[in-house]
Write a protein that binds this ligand. Sequence first.
Ligand SMILES: [Zn+2]
Length: 139
Amino acid sequence: MPRPRKWRKVCCLPESNRFGPLNAPVQPDRVIMTVEEYETIRLIDLEGLTQEECAQQMNIARTTVQGIYAEARKKLAESIVNGKMLWIEGGNYKLCEGGLPSCRGRGCRREVPGEDLCRWQPNRMRKLKEAFDEDSTSS
Ligand SMILES: [Zn+2]
């Protein structure tokens, strides 16, 4: 029986969500990474969480994290090896509101004083969040 689809909790939106080669012609091909795929890269590769901890923080099963993380790594490789643009958008996630025990001290940018909005201005953050949410509902 398939599990009901859970929202993946994301604790920080990317500051920039368009990447591409700077010293090569821009290819028309692009790789689209979802926000939750980005979050696994951030938590596991940057913040040093284990997959287990990452799963806990994102409120999903470890096997789900494995799948999302593998897909994220594949897309990163596809982008840097083949010089494709990498866009981060869409997905199936909810932005963390902060204040959750699972988040404290575990790479949640919403829990760090002064960094609670991932260094975005609140208005900009809200706009970005709306844009992301539109992407995720339309895809
Ligand atoms: Zn959080």
